[in-house]
Design a protein around this ligand. Structure first.
Ligand SMILES: *Cc1c(COP(=O)(O)O)cnc(C)c1O
Length: 411
């Protein structure tokens, strides 16, 4: 006689399958999320990419080439830093994983150099990418220069104005920055345009996607390339303290730095995992970008996940003081991790993030990116509710890029 599995048994099975790599399934599904919702013309390119991942990612040659680029050029392993003054202030034992010290200032370079190496193996002639705040554009421009690949980055004309220094950096690195004047003229329209370009010649063009989003196999590819964060951090904190952390905290925009931290820790059941979304200036639709906390399921940019949309399915404008968290979608693996309860997702608003940023600057001499400051603030809240614990925080990037925004905000 067969007994219907309970909800918690089903959740446990899905978690096991994430850990052993049998999720996503052959259709790119993470449970009900993920998949591939794209024009027919792109299916062969996505299948080539999937085959390319199978052919190359796990070979000794590719792994060695990637390892060498990460070590010699990106500066990995990034340090794990104990922060004694924050630890004292919070009544906890706090450690930062320092992606802010990676080349170009954030974790994004791990993904850009990895995908660019793969694109070279696939024999493509040019790279296209999208960027919002410009961080993914800069990382991709640098990776393409390093590997001698021509690159075009699509960027909304509003973002081009807001992020002038990053536009200059991309151009200086030899990348063509292509202004997008359609749609919302920000990141969402830039992704649409990059996909449109890619559709016209998917055989010779490689679309280098910047977060753990998009059609299968991108969410998996980005997770694989960013997992170096959690793998290093796990080994480093064991080495430094002889134990694993009680909790790991990371900020979630599209979800790439967080999945890179969390995925390698999924099997360590004793570690609580917390993702922090941007609460912006309030809970009303349009005032935040807390997709998992406030969204509903739907399709955006080729995958089925959680989404900020109105009752008619119109994708909504978002707001966050941190441009890197300001996206109305989120990666499908996070949607599943929330559903099965392995990761908790919390919301931190602009003001609280800024306060945590200021505290970090003054107590530890580290200027975090505004995105990473959300993780800091989320960890600080957790520390107050759970005194005396060991806390690992993903410091996804440095705040130098945020100086134009910070100049307008209180010290
Ligand atoms: C882009 C960015 C993020 C958000 O992107 P994820 O894909 O969610 O990681 C977070 N922090 C920094 C510093 C960024 O540049």
């Amino acid at each position: 006689m067969s007994v219907k599995p309970t909800q918690s048994e089903q959740n446990e099975e899905l978690l096991q399958r994430l850990i052993d790599g049998s999720l996503p399934d052959e259709f790119g599904r993470y449970g009900m999320f993920g998949g591939r919702y794209v024009p027919e013309t792109l299916v062969p390119a996505l299948e080539r990419l999937e085959q390319g991942m199978r052919d190359h990612l796990d070979t000794p040659e590719f792994r060695e080439e990637l390892r060498a680029q990460l070590h010699d050029w990106v500066g990995r392993p990034t340090p794990l830093t104990h922060v004694p003054r924050i630890s004292e202030a919070w009544g906890a034992d706090v450690w930062f994983k320092r992606e802010d010290l990676a080349h170009t200032g954030a974790h994004k370079i791990n993904n850009s150099i990895g995908q660019a190496l793969l694109a070279k193996r696939l024999g493509v002639k040019r790279i296209v990418a999208e960027t919002g705040a410009g961080q993914h554009g800069v990382a991709t421009a640098a990776a393409c220069a390093r590997l001698g690949l021509p690159c075009r980055v699509y960027m909304g004309e509003i973002d081009i104005e807001r992020q002038a220094p990053n536009v200059d950096r991309m151009r200086r690195l030899g990348t063509e920055v292509f202004p997008v004047t359609t749609g919302d003229r920000t990141l969402r329209a830039a992704i649409d345009e990059a996909i449109r370009d890619w559709v016209t010649d998917p055989e010779h063009t490689y679309y280098l996607l910047g977060s753990a989003i998009g059609p299968h196999p991108y969410p998996t590819l980005v997770q694989r390339l960013q997992s170096v964060i959690g793998q290093e951090a796990r080994a480093q904190i064991l080495e430094a303290t002889g134990a694993l952390p009680d909790v790991a905290v990371a900020c979630v925009g599209g979800g790439s730095n967080a999945i890179g931290m969390f995925h390698p820790l999924l099997a360590d059941r004793s570690i609580q995992l917390i993702g922090i979304e941007a609460g912006g200036r309030g809970d009303a639709l349009g005032d935040h970008s807390a997709t998992l906390s406030h969204g509903t399921p739907g399709v955006l940019h080729g995958n089925y996940s959680m989404l900020l949309q109105d009752a008619d399915g119109q994708v909504q404008e978002t707001h966050s003081v941190s441009a890197g968290l300001d996206y109305p979608g989120v990666g499908p693996e996070h949607a599943l991790l929330k559903q099965i309860g392995r990761v908790q997702y919390k919301v931190i608003g602009d003001d609280e993030a800024l306060d945590a940023l200021n505290e970090c600057c003054r107590l530890e001499g580290i200027l975090p990116a505004l995105e990473s400051a959300h993780a800091l603030a989320g960890a600080r809240r957790w520390a107050r509710e759970n005194p005396g614990k060991r806390i690992l925080i993903g410091m996804s990037g440095r705040g130098d890029k945020d100086m134009p925004t910070l100049r307008t905000l209180p010290l």
